[in-house]
Design a protein around this ligand. Sequence first.
Ligand code: FE2
Ligand code: FE2
Length: 289
Amino acid sequence: MTTTTLPTPANLSITPRDRRFGRDAATPRLWHGGRVEATAIYNALSTTFPKGEAFFVESVRAFRDGAPPKLAEEIKGFTTQEAIHSREHDAFNKRAAEAGYNLSKLEAQVEKRLAVTRGKPPVVSLAATMALEHFTAILAHQLLANPRHLEGADRETADLWRWHAVEEIEHKGVAYDTWLHATRTWTRWKRWKLKTRVMLYVTRNFVVDRTGGALELMRQDGVTGLRAWAKLLWYLWIEPGMFRKIAGAWVRYFLPGFHPWDVDDRHLLAAYSSRARDGEPKRKVRRSV
Ligand SMILES: [Fe+2]
Ligand SMILES: [Fe+2]
């Protein structure tokens, strides 16, 4: 049996910001600087969020009973943030559909993956959520730390992605802390074995599905075959190279004693807040449950 330590910063506040994006005007089809491959990968990612984040909420909630008060409060913040993210990405996906994309194949793939995971014990769903939350947190870090990723993007849509990124960093420890609590009677080895296996499984599906999803959307823009592969792989792995740039942070997950807050990246939240003060004001909302 191991003891549970929760290194999430004691003064961290998980603050849902109830914002709405892109309601006033249509989003351009190639909103990411007119680039087919850049638009495609972000759209492919967005397609996963409405159903995927609802699954995260359900997986974490299954283990909230008996959680310490601080964690219980964080779960509420997490749940509210993810619910609003689902709403905004659903709206974004509808705009992509209005712009002419057919997302049905991508959505079917998400549902297929979720059905497989839901067929396993709830702790596996929690481990999958924890792995995907690590993914979203390290993608979010990279997105905020390096302006190259959203260079040339439609302003309102770039705002949507930055807002989502901020909240992903803010709640990055919640699924992990819920897992530490849920498995507090497990040995370190048993924990490590399950979280590692699930992370490898999730990573394979994440890379294969997002790449496949992006290629499908590029096909709808008339870019196919080797040309599509070359453009997409260059974008993801070389320049700006999001997947390459998160590789080191991904590996950290496997280190014994890893915790998402080993990297304290709250300076990115502070930078976002000072930017936001010049633009649309953020407002707090009531937390769920
Ligand atoms: Fe989210
Ligand atoms: Fe999240």
